[in-house]
Design a protein around this ligand. Structure first.
Ligand SMILES: NC(=O)c1ccc[n+]([C@@H]2O[C@H](COP(=O)([O-])OP(=O)(O)OC[C@H]3O[C@@H](n4cnc5c(N)ncnc54)[C@H](OP(=O)(O)O)[C@@H]3O)[C@@H](O)[C@H]2O)c1
Length: 230
């Protein structure tokens, strides 16, 4: 049975690849991002909207009432910002886009889902959520909050019939990652295949690639040791 899926941040990168994969399956997609859909006017329904703007909740409520109810929402939007001291002017904005807007999106969808004991919220997080990152603290802090929030919601909502999945990716070949070394990098199509698998199997969390997750966890342990002994 085809699904109706709301995709936040699908004009580029992993979100665009997920859109293509869902359409190929015969699902119906409604997308939101600041740019128009790369698939053009013959592509899926697309709303041009900045999710960090004060207009977002109203625009989202309109999308949900006109196009809903949705079977699932996949939140793919994010930005990164390298720290350039002493300017912290972009830091709060990164958290607003990556984390707060995700909660605003969830809030707009949950009432209908909880009433009907249905719905699946998938959020794209990062293996960097388990890591202190002095080069881009707002990105990793936003992802730490994102992952913690979604897994907490997965535990809370399971008995209500609403599924929540937190996907923690390593490096994916899009414009977002700025590191000079990107080990075990996936293509956005490979990342999209993981997202589609989660849409079918509904785990609370998926971390890929697992080996990179373990390596980062080890680095985090060494970072913690340095912090404890400072
Ligand atoms: N690529 C990686 O290595 C990697 C690794 C781990 C996790 N992730 C996560 O995977 C997700 C997708 O990342 P990606 O690599 O596909 O990034 P991307 O290629 O930069 O795409 C980001 C998407 O978010 C949208 N977006 C950004 N700011 C927005 C705003 N204010 N309002 C509405 N839409 C906005 C962008 O569209 P517009 O610019 O048109 O608005 C674009 O469609 C993110 O959550 C990211 O943290 C990525």
């Amino acid at each position: 049975m085809p699904l109706k899926v709301l995709l936040i941040g699908n004009s580029d990168g992993i979100g665009a690849a997920v859109t293509t994969a869902l359409i190929a399956r015969g699902d119906r997609v409604v997308g939101i991002s600041r740019s128009p859909s790369p698939l053009g006017p013959n592509g899926p329904k697309h709303v041009v909207q900045d999710i960090s703007s004060s207009e977002y909740p109203k625009a989202l409520a309109r999308v949900v009432s006109e196009e809903g109810p949705f079977d699932a929402c996949i939140f793919c939007a994010a930005i990164g910002s390298g720290l350039k001291l002493p300017d912290l002017s972009q830091e709060a904005h990164v958290v607003e886009v990556n984390f707060t807007s995700m909660i605003r999106t969830f809030a707009a969808l949950l009432p209908a889902w909880e009433d009907g004991s249905r719905g699946h919220f998938i959020g794209l997080s990062s293996l960097a959520d388990d890591f202190y990152n002095a080069a881009a603290p707002s990105y990793t802090a936003s992802k730490a909050g994102f992952s913690n929030y979604l897994v907490s919601m997965a535990l809370k909502l399971k008995s209500h019939g609403v599924h929540v999945t937190n996907i923690r990716f390593g490096f994916v070949d899009t414009k977002l990652p700025k590191a000079s070394w990107k080990p075990l990098m996936m293509t956005s199509e490979q990342a999209a295949a993981h997202v589609i698998r989660c849409l079918n199997t509904k785990p609370m969390q998926l971390s890929v690639p697992k080996v990179l997750g373990l390596v980062l966890h080890g680095i985090r342990w060494l970072q913690s040791l340095r912090v404890w002994t400072s």
